[in-house]
Design a protein around this ligand. Structure first.
Ligand code: UDP
Length: 496
């Protein structure tokens, strides 16, 4: 049997790149060759982790393609969604990425051993043409978990809702065992259905998804058994849950440095956490893309101060006005005995996996959600946009691991640089205190979180469900390739 060579195409955003790089290492650990194709700025962020993987004898390479940014009217350096200041420019980055098809084809042509399978982010429908060109299987990687993907699928196919309810009215999502109440805006905040461009893009995604040879999901079967099966049925596809992929990070550098250079020394961070009581700290991080207004950061700061709970607050893009407020208020001095502010990128997985952390205030990005679950930590949910409202429902209504901060109206994708509804400091304080409380409800949440964390870890161990799914996924690729070579010997070219 020839060595398999997987070619990975991650979307240029930390929430997509980070799990793909983890997937690359998991696939390479099974003896396959892996090539990740991305752009220079994104490659730079991941060079340290890939260099360590290569030192550990994994056959991984990062290949770079220049994005034709000027062709789409984007300035130099705008290579990742978190580096683009205004969300309306996001479509331009997608357009530039689609122009990588031809150079990627030339790159794949040169690969040794030859490419045997593409794993592409499902937001890159153009990689379907590459798979056809080389007649190799193409798996798609779905960012969110199966619950959320199934809910999106159901919402898109539930036309009666459009006629029956207004944007802000709640309705019950049909066809699933959990009672999930949603507004139309929450169910469709990943895109405005009525916009022609968005509809066309969704249609291209659907076609490329339909033509794929299977779906790879960063989740584990025990977490959402009904939804794994439901998604496979709804899409008529094999669904391989191979996560939580973040659990492949075991060494201190791998845990500390995921997706970007961190803004706090990991040893100092561990020292601080080591000085706190078990389960006493709340970690606050709202992901790589969401932005908070000065007003919102002030409310958050006041809420954290009033709660009297130790915290690490990952503060991204603070405005000058907010920095001024911090100084005038003497904020950092006031909270210095129990609070740390990280200005920039935080070593999230390292922090979450420390025993001192007992709560996570999250924006409900799927990676963050799963990282919280893997670490056995209950969550306060503060969704902003895209799939985050649905992930919130999963955390709160299905897993019963979280408390809502109270966001009813999400920001619609395309408007990410607008700020969402203001959450007041009293509500933040109440949510933090309730989450960290020693009362019955708090203990029950903690106990469920601990159980799920154990299941998550076992699923990734040899013989665990995600480990076995990875074996099946690789076996399936081998079977598809074998079937192709047998029919080619017969003089018939079988199209994959
Ligand atoms: N992350 C991190 N440090 C930060 C912010 C984010 O390590 O300061 C990581 C986080 O652990 C997760 C990813 O970035 O793996 C964010 O992905 P997610 O799906 O949670 O949200 P997004 O940023 O895509 O909205």
């Amino acid at each position: 049997m020839t060595t398999l060579h997987f070619v990975l195409f991650p979307v240029m955003s930390q929430g997509h790149m980070i799990p793909m790089v983890d997937i690359a290492r998991l696939v390479a650990q099974r003896g396959a060759n892996v090539t990740i194709i991305t752009t220079p700025v994104n490659a730079n962020r991941f060079k340290p982790v890939i260099t360590r993987a290569i030192k550990n004898n994994l056959n991984i390479q990062l290949l770079e393609l220049e994005l034709p940014l000027s062709d789409v009217g984007l300035p130099e350096g705008y290579e990742s969604f978190d580096l683009i200041p205004s969300a309306p420019l996001f479509n331009k980055l997608f357009a530039a990425a689609a122009m990588l098809k031809e150079p990627a084809e030339n790159m794949i042509q040169e690969l040794v051993p030859p490419a045997s399978c593409i794993i592409s982010d499902n937001l890159f429908p153009w990689t379907y043409d590459l798979a056809r060109k080389f007649n190799i299987p193409r798996l798609i990687f779905h960012g969110p978990g199966c619950f959320t993907y199934l809910c999106i699928h159901i919402s898109l196919h539930t036309n009666f809702v459009d006629e029956m309810v207004s944007d802000s009215e709640y309705y019950v999502l049909p066809g699933i065992p959990d009672r999930i109440e949603l507004t139309k805006a929450q169910a469709s905040s990943w895109g405005k259905k009525e916009e022609k461009e968005a509809t066309e893009f969704m249609e291209t995604l659907r076609e490329a998804e339909e033509a794929s040879n299977g779906i790879v999901v960063n989740s584990f079967e025990e977490l959402e058994p009904f939804y794994v099966e439901g998604l496979a049925k709804a899409k008529s596809k094999k669904v391989w849950c191979i996560g939580p992929v973040s659990l492949c990070n075991k060494s201190l550098p791998d845990l500390a440095e995921r997706g970007n250079k961190v803004a706090i020394n990991e040893h100092e961070c561990l020292k601080w956490l080591g000085s706190r009581e078990k389960g006493s700290v709340v970690f606050v991080c709202l992901g790589s893309l969401s932005r908070a207004s000065t007003e919102q950061n002030i409310e958050l700061g006041l809420g954290l101060e009033a709660s009297n709970i130790p915290f690490i607050w990952c503060l991204r893009h603070p405005t000058e006005e907010f920095e001024k407020w911090l100084i005038e208020k003497g904020y950092e001095e006031k909270v210095k005995d129990r609070g740390v502010i990280v200005r920039g990128w935080a070593p999230q997985v390292l922090i979450l996996s420390h025993q001192a952390v007992g709560g996570f205030l999250t924006h409900c990005g799927w990676n963050s959600t799963l990282e919280g679950i893997s670490s056995g930590i209950p969550m306060i949910t503060w969704p902003h946009f895209a799939d985050q409202s649905l992930n919130e429902r999963f955390i709160v209504d299905v897993l019963k691991l979280g408390l809502k901060v109270g966001i009813e109206v999400p920001i619609i994708v395309g408007d990410q640089d607008k700020f969402g509804a203001l959450v007041k400091n009293e509500d933040i304080k109440i949510a933090i205190e309730a989450l960290m409380s020693k009362e019955e409800g708090g203990e029950a949440r903690r106990s469920r979180a601990r159980d799920l964390s154990k299941m998550a870890k076992s699923s990734m161990e040899e013989g665990g469900s995600s480990y076995v799914n990875m074996t099946w996924m690789i076996q399936n690729i081998n079977e598809l390739l074998d079937a192709k070579s047998t029919t080619m010997e017969d003089g018939i070219v079988k199209e994959l």
